[in-house]
Design a protein around this ligand. Structure first.
Ligand code: C2E
Ligand code: MG
Ligand code: MG
Ligand code: MG
Length: 272
C-alpha cells in the first residue's frame, strides 16, 4: 500500500518535471524567434533627484509580448537568455534602442541599461557599447550601465578592465540590487561605482522597521561617505519616500514617482 502510494507520488513528480522541461524548451524556441518577430519592446522608468525633485533620467527595461503567453516578465526569461547565450544579442538590441530613444529626451537626461554578467564576460562588450553610442549619437556621459554583484564574481581582472574601459569613455556605472546577491563590501572598494542602487526589498522591508531599516541606513551611510550617489529602488508610498529622504538617499526610483512606460509616453509624462 505504502509502496504503491510512493510510486504514484514519484510518477506525478516525474510528470511535473517533464512538463517544466518541455515548457522551458518551448520558451527557449520562442525566445530565439522573438527578436526577428519584433516581440520585444523597451519601457523606461524615471529616476528622480531628491534634492531638485526633478526627473534626471530613465532606466531601460525590456518587455516581451509573447503571442500566446502574453507579457513574460524579464525575471522569467532573462535567466533563460543568459543560459542560452541569447542575452548578448538581446542585450545589444536593448542598448541600441535605449541610446536611440534617449536622443529624443531633453539633453541633460541619462539612460540606464542593465547589462547581464554574461555580457560582461564577453570581450565584445566595450565595442558593442561604443557602436551603440556612435550609431545613436548619444554622448557617453548620458549612458549609465547597471550591473549586479553577480558580474563581479568571476574573472575579476577582466571584469575590472572592462569596467575601467567603460568609465574611461565617460560612461557611469551603477551597482544594481545592492544588498542582495553576494554582497561583499570589497566590491565597492575594488571598483569606484558612480551609484549604488539599494534593492527594493530593504526599502519596502523598512516599513516594518527592524533589520531592513538598519540595512537601508547602513548602505545609504556607506554610499554617502564613499561619495557615491544612492538610488532607493521600489519606493511605492509617500511614507517610503519620506524615509529614504531622511536616510539621505540621493535618488529615487519606484512606482510612486513613476512606473515603467513606453517610449511614446515619456514626453507626456515629462510635461505633466
Ligand atoms: P532591475 O534592474 O532591478 O529593475 C527594477 C525592477 O523593479 C523592474 O522590474 C521594475 O519594473 C521594478 N520596479 C520598479 N519600481 C518598483 C516598485 O515601486 N515596486 C515594485 N514592486 N517593482 C518595481 P522588471 O522590469 O520586471 O525587471 C526585472 C529585472 O529584469 C530587472 O531588475 C533586471 O534585473 C532584469 N532586466 C530587465 N530588463 C533587462 C535588460 O534589458 N537586460 C538585462 N540583462 N536585464 C534586464
Ligand atoms: Mg536595473
Ligand atoms: Mg535594481
Ligand atoms: Mg532588482
Amino acid at each position: 500500500e505504502a509502496k504503491r502510494a510512493g510510486r504514484g507520488r514519484f510518477r506525478v513528480f516525474e510528470t511535473g518535471m517533464d512538463a517544466a522541461l518541455r515548457d522551458r524548451r518551448e520558451l527557449e524556441i520562442d525566445l530565439r524567434r522573438a527578436s526577428a518577430l519584433k516581440q520585444f519592446d523597451v519601457h523606461y522608468q524615471p529616476f528622480v533627484d531628491l534634492y531638485t525633485n526633478r526627473v534626471i533620467g530613465f532606466e531601460a527595461l525590456i518587455r516581451w509580448d509573447h503571442p500566446v503567453r502574453g507579457r513574460v516578465s524579464p525575471v522569467d526569461f532573462i535567466p533563460l537568455a543568459e543560459e542560452t547565450g541569447l542575452i548578448c544579442k538581446i542585450g545589444e538590441w536593448v542598448l541600441r534602442t535605449a541610446c536611440a530613444t534617449a536622443m529624443t529626451w531633453p539633453e541633460e537626461m541619462t539612460v540606464a541599461v542593465n547589462i547581464s554578467p554574461v555580457q560582461f564576460r564577453s570581450d565584445a562588450l566595450v565595442q558593442t557599447v561604443l557602436s551603440a553610442l556612435a550609431h545613436s549619437g548619444l554622448p557617453a556621459h548620458r549612458l549609465e550601465i547597471e550591473i549586479t554583484e553577480g558580474a563581479l564574481l568571476e574573472n575579476t581582472a577582466n571584469v575590472l578592465a572592462t569596467l575601467h574601459a567603460l568609465r574611461d569613455l565617460g560612461i557611469k556605472i551603477s551597482m544594481d540590487d545592492f544588498g542582495t546577491g553576494y554582497s561583499s563590501l570589497s566590491y565597492l572598494q575594488k571598483f569606484p561605482f558612480n551609484k549604488i542602487k539599494i534593492d527594493r526589498s530593504f526599502v519596502q522591508g523598512a516599513d516594518e522597521g527592524g533589520d531592513s531599516e538598519a540595512i537601508l541606513k547602513a548602505i545609504a551611510g556607506l554610499g554617502l561617505s564613499l561619495g557615491m550617489a544612492i538610488t532607493a529602488e521600489g519606493v511605492e508610498t509617500q511614507e517610503q519616500l519620506a524615509r529614504i529622504r531622511s536616510e539621505q538617499c540621493t535618488h529615487v526610483q519606484g512606482y510612486f514617482t513613476g512606473r515603467p512606460m513606453s517610449a511614446d509616453s515619456i514626453s507626456t509624462f515629462l510635461s505633466a
